[in-house]
Design a protein around this ligand. Structure first.
Ligand SMILES: [Zn+2]
Length: 156
């Protein structure tokens, strides 16, 4: 398992995740924020969407990933999620199982900032999902990562 210390940019990413929670916090409905940085240096921050029926809730990491992909940025370098318990009492959250799956499909080389026993560190998303199907497809299916060059539509 790859475990690295946080860089200044990583600490800035945590602050971006905190900022989106401060800006858009609604108790229960929007209380987890995520921020990601692409290899080109762009950052995207999103808030989670809770729901009356909990199983349709969408994690902040997924929304941040969608924002990046919609912007043509599919190379994710690092992602983090945070929640605020009270005042400025923050917690960095490890991604849930569904986010581990989605992130490892879209960004298998991405780092995730996670809490450890003693501090915060970053690790590869694939290290958080060690038994993933090695034959699983990843995004984009072509090796060149050119935006817009994705799976060809079936011909009629
Ligand atoms: Zn999740």
């Amino acid at each position: 398992m790859t475990v690295l210390p946080l860089s200044e940019a990583d600490r800035g990413l945590i602050e971006e995740a905190k900022s989106i929670v401060r800006l858009r916090y609604v108790p229960r409905w929007n209380c987890v924020g995520a921020a990601l940085r692409t290899t080109s240096g762009k950052t995207y921050a999103a808030i989670h969407l809770d729901a009356a029926v909990g199983r349709v809730a969408v994690c902040a990491e997924m929304i941040a990933l969608g924002m990046a992909v919609a912007d043509g940025e599919s190379r994710i370098e690092t992602i983090v999620a945070v929640t605020r318990h009270r005042d400025e009492d923050w917690e960095v959250l490890p991604p849930c199982g569904m986010c581990r799956e989605l992130l490892s499909d879209y960004a298998p080389g991405a780092y995730v900032i996670v809490p450890t026993a003693s501090n915060l560190a970053k690790t590869l998303v694939v290290d958080l999902l060690p038994m993933k199907d090695p034959e699983a497809e990843t995004y984009p299916p072509l090796d060149d990562h050119e935006p817009g060059r994705h799976r060809a539509l079936p011909q009629a």
